[in-house]
Design a protein around this ligand. Structure first.
Ligand SMILES: Nc1ncnc2c1ncn2[C@@H]1O[C@H](COP(=O)(O)OP(=O)(O)OP(=O)(O)O)[C@@H](O)[C@H]1O
Length: 361
């Protein structure tokens, strides 16, 4: 019976141990190791992804609320206080409104209010606007309006600039046309040189080229000495496309096919030269002897080709022969700036040389 029991015991052990051994095959071992490694890898990747997302979120520029001030003359409190008080409207357009505002320390500023929920509602647009505004606040040139501060309230951005008592070139030329003000050729040429020096700074002197995108007389402010300062530089770019305005100052390639380069700014500058030379308002078709002769650009090109360029010059400032010769040379430069092909237009660098060589300021 003892032998029988031993046999029985042995047979029981064999019955238990054989299936287990047969299950732990090299295949199973390899599979377990591989699946272990894979699970570990996937968990590590998921963890790394989560950590990356958290770090990215924490690193994101915070969207600032309230005033961001770049000038020692402005305090956030005085700005916030003035924004709540009565302010005077200076100008209005689809991109926003310009107001005049007096701070409690007596400083007079011009405030441009930008935005609407659909234009600046999303966080990414607000963040992008904020980044661009910081960049614009860093620009410093005597022919540029400096951004002194900005305030974000909900969906609205208020941009703060120095107030210019002489207003814009448009305001001044309106007075000139209404015979309320006389603006001689030397001052007009100085205005032209200042504008193109501002453009030269944006196009060639900044870390990355900046284009104005909306150069026209309402965006050229004049200080008390009639020194011009470009306003709204690059603002049209940071506003959504639907808000960019096309005017008679826009280059053909930008109004027709939305292509914009530094040479498109030069076309707009050419239109401003045309305004300074003729005193005319290019938003109106040119009428000679009661008949319309097309746009200001077409009229200037026609007169130049037919040898009648003198006819274009503003009669109210014609006098000295030297000045008249200078004006005729500027007219030639104007026509090159208004070339249909951007490559045919001079750069702002070249224009600074061309215009300063005409006259020693
Ligand atoms: N810093 C400032 N100082 C004094 N007046 C200003 C100042 N900024 C703007 N203005 C006034 O506001 C007017 C321009 O308003 P605004 O920029 O809204 O018009 P716009 O140039 O036609 O518009 P946009 O530039 O968006 O196409 C100027 O003609 C000027 O009278």
């Amino acid at each position: 019976s003892c032998r029988r029991r031993t046999v029985k015991h042995l047979s029981t052990t064999a019955a238990v141990s054989t299936p287990l051994e047969s299950r732990i095959t090299p295949k199973v071992i390899v599979f377990s190791i591989v699946s272990g490694i894979l699970t570990g890898l996937v968990s590590a990747l998921v963890l790394a992804f989560i950590v990356r997302c958290i770090v990215k979120y924490m690193k994101q520029t915070p969207i600032l609320k309230g005033p961001v001030v770049f000038s020692p003359k402005i305090t956030p409190k005085s700005l916030q206080g003035a924004l709540g008080n009565g302010i005077q409207l200076l100008g209005s357009n689809p991109n926003g409104k310009y107001h005049k505002m007096v701070l409690d320390n007596g400083l007079v500023v011009a405030v441009k209010r930008l935005g609407s929920p659909e234009a600046t509602g999303s966080k990414s647009v607000k963040r992008m606007l904020q980044k661009e505004l910081e960049l614009l606040a860093g620009l410093r040139h005597r022919n540029l309006m400096s951004l002194r501060a900005y305030v974000r309230e909900s969906h609205e951005f208020s941009l703060v600039y120095d107030y210019m008592p002489n207003g814009s070139l448009e305001d001044v030329m309106t007075k000139v046309r209404g015979r309320e003000l006389e603006l001689g050729w030397e001052v007009r040429l100085r205005v032209a040189v200042g504008i193109v020096q501002g453009l030269q700074y944006l196009h060639f002197r900044c870390d990355h080229q900046i284009l104005h995108y909306n150069l026209k007389p309402t965006n050229v402010m004049l200080d008390s000495e009639f020194e011009p300062r470009l306003a709204d530089s690059a603002l049209a770019k940071i506003m959504p496309k639907s808000h960019t305005t096309v005017s008679c100052y826009s280059a053909p390639e930008s109004s027709q096919s939305n292509r914009y380069t530094d040479k498109s700014d030069i076309f707009s500058f050419g239109m401003i030269l045309g305004v300074l030379l003729t005193g005319r308002d290019p938003t109106q078709p040119v009428c000679v002897g009661g008949a319309s002769v097309g746009s200001l650009g077409q009229w200037l090109k026609h007169l130049q080709q037919s040898g009648e360029a003198r006819e274009a010059l503003d009669k109210s400032i014609l006098g000295e022969e030297v000045e008249e010769d200078e004006m005729l040379m500027v007219l030639r430069i104007t026509i090159i700036c208004l070339s249909d092909f951007p490559a045919d237009r001079p750069s702002s660098d070249e224009l600074v040389h061309m215009l300063t060589q005409l006259h020693s300021f």
